[in-house]
Design a protein around this ligand. Structure first.
Ligand SMILES: [Zn+2]
Length: 446
């Protein structure tokens, strides 16, 4: 197995083996024996010993008993020291805000979710997120300064170099707002910013339905629709970070108006908002449906899903149609990218087979056999939490690799906001794995 870490341009190449070794351990899930490390990294035992001793001394890794279930005395393995530090994840959705506190193993220690409106704009939303983060920390008697990094997910096209979103369809007021710089300045911490679909892909890849896969697509079906792509075991952001905007593929040029201003995008046919609009129309039409019990103005996807589960044919039809449209786009994506797994996640995907069955059917009909025969279509294993967990994974990536570099800018005592505003590329902390065995055995998040 070869896992390797790609250092950011600003980072010290001489620490490359340290970074690679730490990632090898992190994504092995059950710890790695010393003897395996030299082999995996192609290093001599002597140099591995020096690196390991150094990492143990700095408290980043520790020796522990293997959690494998083989009989006999458990072998001693190396694992991440979960107590080496704390990180936080914030998932800003269109209508929900989730915040979590985690240790360096990306295990969630505290978590909360509350209603939210991304359309309220950056000032109010960032203030609310800050308040939510503080209340999560307070449960453990902690403060912001006790964190090493924060992962922040937003429901819009992120420009990773600048830490902003550009012309985000469902985030009015956020266009080019300096999200990352503002928070890093305020919190004096590295902030890893990405969009919900990319973090969802990362979460499912490390701890969910995509463990160990080389190429995967995560389709986030929430109020909007987006895709996160992992290609060759790396998040594929494209040139500016906005790859995967599958929700704005045109399905019908004369179709309904989309939040992006175009007509007939996939999102306008099949996203959560589109599902709710169809449910409203259904109720108003006076047809027999369980949905008539709901408040027509406030109908939610969850209510549509619940009615469908209870056997309501009209509700099932809405979800079936949504799945069919998503299937058309996914079939194209499969032809283009040839992934081994497509994971359907986000709030709407919680309806499960009602949505995935039509997607599978359309993919069978429309994808080229060469790509279609190799792909598995499944629902997210982490449910609504794929994105939050992915943001936590990336926050711990940044925290641990920053700790290895021991950048003085991040030590609390002499943290200077000016330095924090710089263009350090914490989003460049990318993990790549050449082989998959250990990832498949990785333990799931608590
Ligand atoms: Zn659109």
């Amino acid at each position: 197995m070869h896992l390797f870490y790609l250092p950011a341009a600003s980072q010290n190449v001489k620490n490359f083996n340290k970074h690679a070794l730490v990632d090898l351990i992190r994504f092995a899930g059950r710890g790695v024996a010393r003897t395996d490390i030299a082999q995996e990294l192609g290093l001599t035992r002597a140099s591995v010993t020096i690196i390991i001793n150094n990492l143990i001394e700095s408290g980043i890794i520790l020796e522990t008993e293997s959690r494998s279930t083989r009989s006999g005395r458990p072998p001693v393995v190396l694992d991440i020291n979960p107590k080496a530090g704390l990180a936080a994840a914030i998932d800003m959705g269109a209508t929900h805000l989730s915040v979590a506190l985690g240790d360096f193993s990306a295990h969630i220690l505290e978590e909360m979710e509350q209603p939210f409106r991304i359309a309220d704009g950056p000032d109010r939303c960032l203030e609310e997120s800050y308040r939510a983060l503080r209340s999560v920390l307070e449960k453990r008697g902690l403060q912001i300064k006790d964190l090493s990094a924060v992962g922040l997910s937003v429901p819009g096209p992120v420009i990773t170099d600048t830490g902003t979103v550009m012309a985000p369809p469902i985030m009015p007021g956020w266009d080019r707002f300096p999200i990352r710089a503002t928070l890093e300045n305020l919190w004096e911490l590295p902030v890893a910013l990405n969009n919900d679909a990319n973090f969802g892909a990362l979460g499912e890849w490390v701890y969910g339905a995509g463990r160990g896969e080389k190429n995967l697509a995560f389709i986030k079906v929430g109020s909007g629709i987006g895709a996160g792509l992992i290609i060759n075991r790396q998040i594929f952001g494209g040139t500016t970070g906005s790859a995967g905007e599958i929700g704005h593929l045109t399905i019908d040029e004369n179709g309904p108006l989309c939040s992006c201003g175009n007509r007939g995008c996939l999102e306008a046919f099949a996203g959560g908002h589109a599902i709710e609009l169809q449910a409203q129309k259904l109720i108003e039409s006076g047809k027999r449906t369980l949905l008539s019990e709901s408040n027509v103005k406030k109908i939610t996807v969850r209510e549509v899903a619940e009615a469908a589960r209870r056997g309501d044919l009209a509700a099932q039809e809405i979800l079936h149609r949504s799945g069919t449209f998503i299937g058309i786009a996914v079939a194209g994506l499969i032809n283009l990218v040839n992934p081994s797994v497509v994971i359907i996640g986000g709030g709407v995907a919680e309806v499960g087979e009602l949505l995935t069955a039509p997607i599978r059917k359309v993919v069978r009909e429309r994808s080229l056999r060469a790509a279609e025969h190799a792909v598995k279509i499944t629902t997210a294993m982490l449910g609504r939490r794929s994105t939050l967990i992915g943001a936590m994974v990336q926050a711990t990536n940044v925290a641990i690799h920053t700790m290895i570099e021991r950048k003085p800018a991040w030590t609390k005592a002499d943290a200077k906001p000016k330095q924090l505003m710089g263009n350090h590329n914490n989003k460049e902390v990318v993990i790549s794995a050449e082989e998959t065995k250990t990832l498949q055995t990785s333990n799931s998040i608590k």
